[in-house]
Design a protein around this ligand. Structure first.
Ligand code: FAD
Length: 448
């Protein structure tokens, strides 16, 4: 009898795994249970849908449901929620609106993603308070922004200055709303470090975003609909709110099945994505991954990590053990006319926790040769370990050319290069694309 591979969750990690397993072994029975309606969607596109960069939300779908079923022969079932896992019996319990049944598996992937955190703010149950995490939530926010007449929102409060908060600030400004961003910490974009945070804050203010730093939101006021955000110091009138304060991995299903949860709160896995239960794997936002610099388990919920780990698990379950690969926490974000990026470990405390002795430099260079028209400043913070001189991370910000430079440093992290090796990389040069010494090389040169 054909082996059965069961997948819980039908988005990035789950559908990558299902597709890869079926491609590697067409005889394998691959069953995907997705509790919602949507599969294989890119939540990353939602801020741009709200902004109005495109109007048909279906466009965020990477592969349509029918294609998985009809062309890839995957038994994909939406509105099927897995409510229990029995690793001793190798079965899962599945609930649909009509029935509850058991499904047996030879191998199982938990790809349940993460849930937007909503702190127990006073008044959080009021209308027009949203999180943005899946297509229906994106549609709800856009519908609110599209409203006309007396209920049309004019002012929005964004709780959280992480990358989703920044992307939403840009989207709402584009839609003509007054925007207030409330950030509890001293700077926005905390994982990018304070240098990037400060530059992005200036960009936000230049675009008339009200940035409230070091400001803890205490609650919301209103009768039915939200009418104000209450902080420690003031009450600011708003017509709608988006809460973007991070995500919690959806690890409860695994935890209830006795599967080990890591210190990060996500599901602990080995290098192949296998959990503490035999033949049970976890990938994507619900799972930990090994950090390429520290070697320690980490939880950085991003799309490529989910796709990549899912694909590797899909290959492993067909009998070809494939490591999911380490992560560097590489991330980029657009903030109006700026690009900001980060990779590896840039936070001093985190570096010390990983047993490293961090030294860093921050340089300002240019995105093009100084005489070539249209260039702009690019700032790079590069961090190395003082003992080994290995480059361990970087953060950067500028109007252009940030993403490729972040990726250059990411490659150096994976190759375990030291500052001198980075300094002597033969990077491309022509006046429209950068100075002769690329800003990455300059940062390494100064750090060396
Ligand atoms: P998810 O996409 O969360 O999918 C999990 C699926 O499992 C869901 O469909 C859920 O319904 C289903 N499920 C959960 N529990 C069950 C159950 N018990 N039974 C059945 N089904 C279940 N990442 C980037 O790298 N770059 C970006 O620019 C970026 N932008 C983003 C913008 C926004 C607004 C958001 C919300 C996320 C963004 N991300 C970005 C993160 C990226 O979308 C996620 O990392 C990625 O979607 C994770 O994929 P996943 O498959 O692990 O989880």
């Amino acid at each position: 009898m054909a082996e059965t591979f069961v997948v819980v969750g039908g988005d990035a990690a789950g559908m990558s795994a299902a597709s890869k397993a079926k491609r590697e072994n067409p005889e394998m029975e691959v069953v995907v249970f997705e509790k919602g309606e949507w599969v294989s969607y890119g939540a990353c596109g939602l801020p741009y849908y709200v902004k109005g960069d495109f109007d048909d939300i279906e466009e965020i779908t990477a592969v349509p449901k029918e294609k998985f079923i009809e062309e890839r022969n995957i038994d994909l079932r939406t509105h099927h929620e897995v409510t229990g896992i029995d690793p001793d019996d190798s079965t899962v319990t599945v609930e649909t609106p009509e029935e509850t049944f058991e499904q047996s598996y030879d191998s199982l992937l938990i790809a349940t993603g993460a849930t937007a955190i909503v702190p127990p703010f006073d008044g959080v149950e009021l209308e027009d308070i949203y999180t943005i995490h899946d297509p229906p939530s994106g549609e709800a926010i856009r519908e609110a922004v599209d409203r006309s007449g007396p209920s049309a929102p004019e002012t929005v409060g964004i709780v959280g200055g992480g990358y989703i908060g920044i992307e939403m600030a840009e989207a709402f400004r584009e839609r003509g709303l007054d925007v207030h961003v409330f950030e509890m910490l001293e700077h926005v974009l905390d994982p990018f470090g304070s240098m990037v945070g400060e530059v992005v804050e200036e960009e936000l203010r230049d675009n008339d975003v009200n940035v409230h730093l070091g400001t803890r939101v205490e609650g919301f006021d209103g009768d039915d609909r939200v009418q104000a955000v209450r902080t420690e110091d003031e009450t600011i009138p708003v017509d709608m709110v988006v809460v973007g304060v991070g995500v919690d991995p959806n690890a409860a299903l695994a935890e209830e099945a006795g599967i080990e949860i890591g210190e990060t709160g996500a599901i602990a896995v080995d290098e192949f994505g296998e959990t503490s239960a035999d033949d049970v794997y976890a990938a994507g936002d619900c799972a930990e991954a090994e950090h390429v610099v520290s070697g320690a388990p980490d939880h950085v919920p991003l799309a490529l990590t989910a796709n990549r780990a899912g694909r590797a698990v899909g290959q492993t379950v067909t009998g070809d053990p494939t490591p999911t690969g380490p992560i560097a926490g590489t991330a980029v974000v657009k903030a109006f006319d700026l690009e900001a990026g980060r990779t590896g470990i840039i936070d001093e405390e985190r570096a010390r926790e990983a047993g490293l002795d961090p030294v860093s430099v921050t340089i300002t260079s240019s995105s093009r040769a100084h005489y070539y028209p249209g260039g702009s400043a690019i700032e790079i913070e590069m961090v190395a370990d003082a003992d080994t001189e290995r480059v361990i991370g970087a953060a950067m910000v500028g109007e252009e050319g940030v993403t490729n430079r972040v990726d250059t440093v990411t490659t150096a992290l994976y190759a375990e290069m030291d500052v001198q090796q980075v300094e002597y990389l033969d990077l491309s040069y022509a006046p429209p694309f950068g100075p002769t010494w690329d800003p990455v090389l300059t940062a390494a040169k100064v750090l060396n």
